[in-house]
Design a protein around this ligand. Structure first.
Ligand SMILES: Cc1cc2nc3c(=O)[nH]c(=O)nc-3n(C[C@H](O)[C@H](O)[C@H](O)COP(=O)(O)OP(=O)(O)OC[C@H]3O[C@@H](n4cnc5c(N)ncnc54)[C@H](O)[C@@H]3O)c2cc1C
Length: 270
């Protein structure tokens, strides 16, 4: 299940795919995925649940015992009820040295796997695949970089900032609908220059609008890289705006968590 390391999947860069389940090999930004939907995974093990914490009605944090699982910041695992049950990819939000595995999960109405995860209680078990992925934001990069996320797309960036606090991104742009959806914002604000965009709640103390609208405020640096994660439409729009500002396509990296549903044209709601 492991991909070869390194940054690939840059906008406009065609590569042949690596034979794993990361879904790479597509040229189109919206075609990038870190895992195939509905995949049945047989290699992995059961991890006990430490806690399920409801952040809002549709957002939760799942904490599992780590059992020594090794991963890199940005890696995903497939979560499921068992080795042959429906599995979905989730990005690990914990730091690489943390005791537990943490996941930030958006509950999807009638979602097969999220319904299972929501019902978990401490002591239950979740089947966790071997970690995989090609999206390792900022890891080992000898250049300035910034993160842009919508919703649960913040997970790989939380993992990075928890793993490498000494090498922070220049910016972390984070788009949510409501301020209470901005899980991890306080922690990120202590570690990097956090720019929040809240799209459905007007407040005096926070930018009202889409994360896309923050792009003009970024001070670009020579050779700067951008890592985008979350909803596909946000990724397309942000990448277009960055390219319009002169950022080379090869410096823009992304991972799609959710595809916009029909009538869902807001680039901020994963
Ligand atoms: C690489 C990768 C990493 C991911 N990491 C995370 C993560 O860290 N946290 C996280 O919460 N999710 C993450 N996802 C999404 C996750 O894998 C599942 O797709 C998601 O949790 C829904 O699974 P489900 O089985 O509950 O829903 P399903 O049973 O697959 O879908 C149920 C219904 O919900 C609909 N639906 C699907 N997406 C949406 C949407 N965006 N808006 C409205 N309706 C929708 C479906 O069309 C379907 O009708 C990631 C996806 C990828 C590809």
């Amino acid at each position: 299940m492991n991909c070869s390391p390194g940054i690939h999947g840059q906008a406009g860069t065609m590569h042949g795919g690596c034979g794993c389940n990361c879904g790479c090999g597509s040229k189109k930004r919206t075609g990038q995925e870190g895992g195939k939907k509905g995949e049945l995974s047989s290699s992995g093990r059961f991890h006990p649940v430490v806690g399920v914490y409801m952040i809002t009605e549709t957002l939760m944090e799942l904490v599992l015992k780590r059992y020594g699982l090794n991963f890199e910041a940005g890696d995903c695992v497939m979560l499921s009820a068992g080795p042959y049950a429906q599995a979905r990819p989730y990005s690990i939000a914990s730091g690489i040295h943390d005791d537990h595995l943490r996941f930030l999960i958006r509950l999807v109405p009638e979602g097969q796997v999220t319904s299972f995860l929501k019902a978990l209680k401490p002591g239950d078990t979740v089947f966790v695949s071997a970690p995989f992925g090609w999206f390792h934001p900022g890891v080992g990069l000898d250049a300035p970089f910034a993160f842009v996320a919508t919703g649960t797309g913040i997970a790989p960036f939380l993992s990075y900032c928890r793993s490498y606090p000494e090498r922070a991104p220049e910016y972390c742009l984070y788009g949510v609908r409501h301020l209470h959806d901005a899980w991890g914002a306080d922690e990120l604000a202590r570690k990097t220059r956090l720019m929040l965009a809240v799209s459905r709640e007007k407040r005096a103390d926070v930018f009202y609008g889409r994360v896309t609208d923050l792009i003009p405020q970024i001070e670009l640096q020579t050779g700067m890289h951008f890592f985008l994660c979350g909803l596909d439409t946000m990724i397309d729009e942000v990448a277009d705006r960055l390219e319009a500002r002169g950022v080379p396509a090869a410096n823009i990296h992304w991972e799609v968590f959710f595809h916009a549903q029909p009538n869902q044209n807001e680039a901020n709601c994963s």
